[in-house]
Ligand binder design. Structure first.
Ligand SMILES: Cc1cc2nc3c(=O)[nH]c(=O)nc-3n(C[C@H](O)[C@H](O)[C@H](O)COP(=O)(O)OP(=O)(O)OC[C@H]3O[C@@H](n4cnc5c(N)ncnc54)[C@H](O)[C@@H]3O)c2cc1C
Ligand SMILES: *[C@@H]1O[C@H](CO)[C@@H](O)[C@H](O)[C@H]1NC(C)=O
Ligand SMILES: *[C@@H]1O[C@H](CO)[C@@H](O)[C@H](O)[C@H]1NC(C)=O
Ligand SMILES: *[C@@H]1O[C@H](CO)[C@@H](O)[C@H](O)[C@H]1NC(C)=O
Ligand SMILES: *[C@@H]1O[C@H](CO)[C@@H](O)[C@H](O)[C@H]1NC(C)=O
Length: 497
């Protein structure tokens, strides 16, 4: 008996100690987010929304190298008027972005750069192979018939392939809707591949859009013309891009598209403002070192910050951040989209036409290296002699070319966007968790498809991933894990590369 209790007592004490230590929550962590676009702003929002009480989060810092928040959501001012310079259209089924807009009491503007009344032309470098009618007729009954006439025109050319395209996009959208299911039934994903497989979208990333569409029974004429026009406009790429991003870009050509009045960037501004964030503008993070129990972030301002959790809310592909220890991710190229805004007037002769009114409001182009731009869209008609246009191209447009395309040019603004990933099938995904500790990468999901909504969807999952890992892998154990973890990180580097 005596002997037994002398064994039991230390055990009981030890149990008591264990229960005490597990009952007291780990010290709250500071979360550092690099990037103030929709991904970073959404992460801050969802971390606050989902955080339990007592909160495992001490504070949230967001670092932004620019002087303004929003990233690829930005506006441009031309001729005293404001237009979206980057992300411009929102699909009616983009539920997170839609909820942000309501939550922040922002106004919606229906119709995008090119609404239903606008005409579309498909330019092959010599002529318009397809041209729809514009419904700006003075006769109201004509305006009613024009969409119908246009549908008939397109149906005449592409036939039932158009319906097959619609159903291909619908299937993708229905799968994507699974990411809005209640968080009770929806898992937390620690890998992009698992997240895509769960919704049934993974296979679309393994083949090119062209392969998928041929599989879905689309005619090659539709693929080479209309589909190509759309992928060139929305992602600056051809139908060789991976199928999921391709399907997302086709969805972005449907009806009911909208934007936030005054600029989509206000969503990021509002979410950051309402999430109790310490915002550091004009501060670029240059190095990230893991120092046992925390990360040390050094910035271009010469400042140093400590955080227990850090998240990248930006593509890492073109950044030059020093990591210690190093991290690895599959190589990914970004597609640059040169966005050129022009206030002036198109030159109809460039298109072999006599008057400007004959030039379609949206000029899309086929996949031909001799065509120097992806599209030209009328943003606003100020008068018969003056309009504002937006052009997308894969290379910068020089003055000599613009002088051929335009007869007058009062103002020209050029923006070079590192716009979105260059999609190739099969797609290789970077990990959501970049190391063995608490370094996260929201934009790993951008290899599936790039959009404001996909950024928010990835950030929502990331917030749940961070909170669940903080509750199961609290910080105090970090320093003891350090040595062995460095070893396993080495293994990780090798397997991933
Ligand atoms: C021309 C164009 C048109 C588009 N059209 C649409 C559209 O119509 N609809 C749609 O949904 N999507 C569209 N997109 C895609 C959309 O813009 C992006 O998918 C989305 O905005 C990405 O948001 P993000 O927060 O992940 O990244 P970003 O918006 O790029 O934010 C990352 C931020 O991190 C900052 N940063 C980077 N490195 C550092 C560092 N080291 N330190 C501090 N800060 C750093 C950057 O300055 C940037 O502000 C378009 C994109 C472009 C370029
Ligand atoms: C959007 O908000 C509505 C109303 O609050 C809610 O029912 C819905 O679940 C939200 N959607 C998402 C994706 O969070
Ligand atoms: C994806 O492809 C795999 C292998 O080709 C197949 O077994 C699986 O059923 C496909 N999944 C879906 C959702 O289509
Ligand atoms: C920030 O939020 C506060 C309320 O929390 C609001 O009064 C203020 O207008 C917001 N500012 C911006 C710039 O959104
Ligand atoms: C970051 O800054 C701190 C403090 O100035 C310095 O000690 C450290 O060496 C810097 N780290 C890197 C990787 O430059």
């Amino acid at each position: 008996m005596v002997a037994r209790s002398s064994v039991l007592l230390p055990c009981l004490l030890c149990l008591l100690f264990l229960s005490l230590s597990s009952a007291s929550p780990p010290p709250p962590s500071t979360v550092c987010i690099v990037g103030s676009g929709i991904s970073g702003a959404s992460l801050a929002h969802f971390l606050r929304k989902y955080t339990p009480s007592p909160s495992p989060i001490a504070g949230i810092r967001i670092f932004e190298r620019n002087a303004v928040v929003g990233g690829r959501m930005a506006t441009v001012n031309i001729g005293g008027e404001t237009f979206e310079a980057g992300a411009s259209i929102i699909h009616p089924k983009n539920y997170h972005v839609s909820n942000f807009t309501s939550l922040l009491k922002l106004k919606r503007r229906l119709g995008d750069d090119n609404d239903d009344s606008d005409s579309l032309g498909v330019w092959d470098g010599k002529r318009f192979v397809v041209k729809t009618l514009r419904s700006d007729s003075k006769l109201p009954f004509m305006n009613k018939f024009v969409p119908l006439i246009n549908s008939v025109k397109l149906f005449w050319r592409y036939g039932f392939s158009l319906l097959r395209m619609q159903s291909f996009v619908q299937t993708m959208l229905n799968n994507f809707l699974k990411y809005y299911e209640s968080s009770d039934s929806r898992p937390v994903f620690s890998r992009v591949e698992d997240m895509l497989k769960w919704s049934g979208l993974y296979n679309l990333t393994c083949r090119t859009l062209e392969e998928e569409l041929i599989g879905a029974g689309l005619s090659s004429l539709l693929i080479q013309e209309l589909v190509t026009v759309i992928t060139r406009i929305n992602y600056g790429q051809s139908v060789q891009m991976s199928g999921l991003a391709g399907a997302v870009s086709l969805a972005g050509s449907g009806g009911g598209l909208w934007a936030v009045e005054g600029g989509n960037w206000q969503m990021a501004a509002g979410l950051i403002n309402s999430s109790d964030v310490e915002l550091h503008l004009n501060e670029e993070i240059q190095s990230v070192s893991h120092l046992g129990t925390y990360y040390e972030l050094n910035s271009t301002k010469g400042n140093s910050y400590e955080c227990q959790v850090m998240a990248f809310a930006t593509p890492l592909d073109e950044l030059n951040i020093r990591f210690d220890p190093p991290i690895s991710a599959p190589e990914r190229k970004l597609q640059h989209t040169y966005t050129t805004f022009i206030r002036g007037l198109l030159n109809p002769a460039y298109f072999g036409l006599r008057t400007v009114t004959e030039v379609p409001d949206l000029v899309g182009t086929l996949e031909d290296p001799n065509i120097p731009f992806s599209c030209i869209a009328v943003l606003k008609k100020h008068s018969r002699e003056e309009m504002t246009y937006k052009m997308f191209s894969r290379k910068p447009l020089d003055d000599a070319l613009l002088d051929q395309v335009f007869s007058t040019r009062k103002q020209t603004i050029r923006i070079d966007w590192a716009a979105y990933p260059h999609y190739k099938a099969p797609e290789a995904f970077a990990p959501f968790i970049l190391d063995d500790w608490h370094m996260y990468y929201i934009n790993a999901f951008e290899s599936a498809a790039s959009a404001m909504e996909t950024g928010a969807v990835s950030a929502e999952n990331m917030a749940r991933l961070i909170l669940s890992r903080l509750s199961t892998e609290p910080y105090p154990s970090f320093s003891t894990v350090k040595n062995s973890a460095f070893g396993s990180n080495e293994d990780y580097l090798h397997t991933d590369l």
